[in-house]
Design a binder for this molecule. Structure first.
Ligand code: UT7
Length: 315
């Protein structure tokens, strides 16, 4: 497949580190050197489905395709107000899709997992034009009295339209399964019979373990896939890395011995927007005209699961 359109949408409310320090024992001086985050967009009166729809419509407009020309839609989302139907169906109904819509929850690397599903459907002859929507609101997952997590995240949506082509050169998915390193539990409807614990627990994260996993998984995934494809780092034009922490991106850059100029970043004013992160970054730099035909983009992302993934895509 080939990426033929990108789009993104952000909530209007911008929350700075200083605004967080008004109700949390934290500071800009702590947050910036450890994460690179200065502010983030946080949902107030917006709905995540409206942000997803806006991102999708702007990607469709760029692609020149109409909603009814999309054969398959994959929505990457960790949490929405809808238990059913899936968020992809909710967004699809808003924008006039006529195709099957599926949701996936693969946390932060969700975009690359969606790309893998899209390419597999395309190669099987089951879909020609695919829409991927990554719509995330991690602000609704955090415990806002826990300074070790809530300062890290921001909300938003990104979307990509894929059409026929041979531009996805390779995708590698990786897992190191463990449900104790990053997790959150929601409470479900009570029943007259259920005897278990039904209390909600806000997002829990062992930050240092995630940091190590992120750097090791990303660098290993990238090196392994490039080698499998018979490519070297010299062939890579851009690394579109999940915007979780600037120190993680710097560590990856250093380990790979690659220059700053190959790593677009927007974490400073977005924070970590889970699976939306790579698609928002892609759209922002695409709209600045950064990517040229035949540029090689390496997407790399990591997160809860623990899951990681890498994709090599020719522009
Ligand atoms: O999509 C993937 C998702 N996650 C990630 O990518 C996160 C990866 N991990 C990280 O980015 C880093 O581990 C963090 C930024 C989350 C934390 O940095 P750290 O250097 O690993 O700090 P720490 O958790 O070891 O905490 C050090 C200290 C602690 O205080 P004490 O126990 O030493 O007194 C924390 O309580 O910093 C304290 N602390 C804070 N202080 C001020 C933790 N969060 C904050 C805060 N403001 N927001």
């Amino acid at each position: 497949m080939k990426i033929i359109g990108t789009g993104s949408a952000l909530p209007k409310k911008v929350v700075t580190n200083d605004m967080l320090s008004e109700f949390l024992d934290t500071s800009d001086e702590w947050i910036v050197p450890r994460t690179g985050i200065r502010s983030r967009h946080i949902i107030t009166d917006e709905k995540i489905e409206d942000l997803g729809a806006k991102a999708a419509l702007s990607a469709l407009e760029m692609s020149g395709l109409k909603p009814e020309e999309i054969d398959y839609c994959i929505c990457s989302n960790v949490v929405s107000e809808y238990v059913t139907p899936g968020l992809g169906c909710v967004i699809g109904a808003k924008i006039g899709l006529k195709c099957p819509c599926v949701d996936i929850n693969c946390a932060c690397p969700g975009f690359i997992y969606a790309l893998d599903i899209a390419e597999t459907h395309y190669l099987a002859g089951k879909a020609k034009n695919v829409l991927i929507i990554c719509a995330e609101q991690p602000s609704r997952m955090c415990d806002w009295s826990d300074r070790s997590t809530c300062v890290l995240f921001g909300d938003g949506a990104g979307a990509v339209v894929l059409g026929p082509g041979e531009n996805i050169k390779g995708i590698k998915l990786h897992s190191q399964l463990d449900s104790n390193t990053i997790w959150e539990r929601q409470s479900l409807m009570p029943t007259p019979y259920y005897l278990g614990d039904n209390s909600a627990v806000g997002l829990q994260m062992k930050g240092r373990e995630v940091f190590k996993f992120a750097v090791t998984a990303s660098t290993t995934d990238v090196e392994d896939l490039l080698e499998e494809l018979g490519m070297t780092k010299n062939d890579v034009s851009w690394y579109i890395v999940h915007q979780a922490n600037l120190r993680i991106i710097d560590a990856i850059k250093q380990y790979m011995g690659e220059p700053d100029s190959k790593f677009p970043v927007n974490i400073s004013d977005h924070g970590n927007s889970s699976s939306a992160s790579c698609t928002i970054l892609l759209d922002e730099f695409n709209r600045k005209g950064c990517f040229k035909e035949h540029d090689v983009l390496v997407f790399s992302a990591f997160g809860a699961g623990l899951l990681s993934a890498v994709a090599v895509v020719e522009w």
